[in-house]
Design a protein around this ligand. Structure first.
Ligand code: BJW
Ligand code: ZN
Length: 255
């Protein structure tokens, strides 16, 4: 695939210092992690209200944990792809760069992204429902289920379910980054889940140039200044491939 950059995007890529990348499940699709809302997505096979709500966990923690163990095992066999790696390169290009992700799979971190705002938590964290202590638990399949904390409380996956508030400091930092961004990329998200889906809107309202990268137009496409249709793992390396460091700052390769 060969990407032709618009003049505007070309100019913003070389002149912007405040850049935000906002990702969803589509960035990990090429690694083999299922997305949520596609025809073969997670929600088509498993009803969300039975698995990703606090009510579902209260009703049947073992059922919920079985689903999370299955996903943890699946994700543990995957690797970051060219899209994740291109975003790591972005971090070095722009003075004030923020990666905001809705993903819980950890692949951005495994690729080498150092600073991330994780809006929906992390599937590798476990939190005690009683004492609220949290810890990283990298063994994919836990046994016995449900796992228990040393205080005796039931441990839960460290993710944000429907009806739960996003971590307030993380969301506030994401809103601030979106508000200050000159260039905002929304990548591989259907932009249907709120409040995360407000971020591209906030960025646009504050003057950012909003670019969507997706295999199909999402719910936010109508507000984006540009939609780059295609796989994130193909488009993102083309974008970073255009850029090189110069002593004066950024330039386009070959310029
Ligand atoms: C590719 C590709 C390739 C594929 N390259 N692209 C209005 C305002 C505020 C809230 C609400 C509201 N209306 C309704 C709500 C409530 C609710 C909500 O948004 N519901 C909507 C469904 C309508 N929101 C909430 O409940 C949130 N909490 C909340 O609002 O709290 C209020 C509160 C305040 C104070 C006290 C108490 C409460 C919480 C939302 C939590 C979402 N959690 C999940 C599960 C996380 C854990 C887990 O993984 O198990 O997060 S749901 C799921 O959706 C997951 C994702 O992060 C999230 C977004 O999905 P995403 O990433 O966009 O994936 P897909 O599958 O939808 O899209 C993939 C895209 O990739 C597609 O577009 C493809 O085309 C594309 N693609 N291959 C590029 N190769
Ligand atoms: Zn505890």
């Amino acid at each position: 695939m060969s990407l032709t950059l618009s003049k505007k995007l070309h100019s913003l890529l070389t002149s912007s210092t405040r850049v935000v990348v906002f990702t969803g499940a589509g960035i990990s699709a090429e690694s083999g992690v299922p997305t949520f809302r596609a025809a073969q997505g997670l929600w088509k096979e498993f009803p969300v209200e039975k698995l990703a709500t606090p009510q579902a966990f209260a009703e049947d923690p073992v059922r919920v944990w079985q689903w999370y163990c299955w996903r943890r095992e699946l994700i543990s066999k995957t690797h970051p792809n060219a899209g994740h790696r291109a975003i790591v390169r972005f971090e070095g290009f722009f003075d004030d760069f923020h990666l905001i992700t809705q993903n819980v799979d950890g692949l951005h971190g495994f690729a080498g992204s150092r600073r991330m705002l994780k809006l929906h938590g992390d599937i590798w964290d476990v939190i005690c429902s009683s004492c609220e202590r949290s810890r990283l638990e990298l063994t994919p399949v836990l046994s016995p289920l449900p796992p228990r904390c040393q205080c005796g409380g039931i441990l839960r996956p460290g993710v944000v379910w429907f009806g739960e508030a996003l971590p307030s400091r993380v969301f506030a930092a994401a809103v601030e980054a979106a508000s200050k961004a000159q260039l905002f990329f929304s990548i591989g998200t259907s932009a249907e889940v709120y409040p995360a889906a407000q971020l591209p809107q906030i960025a646009k309202l504050h003057g950012a140039y909003v670019v969507e990268i997706n295999v199909e137009r999402s719910a936010l496409a109508h507000i984006a200044h540009e939609v780059l249709l295609g796989k994130a793992g193909e488009i993102l390396p083309e974008l970073t491939g255009c850029l090189r460091d110069t002593p004066q700052g950024l330039a386009l390769a070959g310029a």
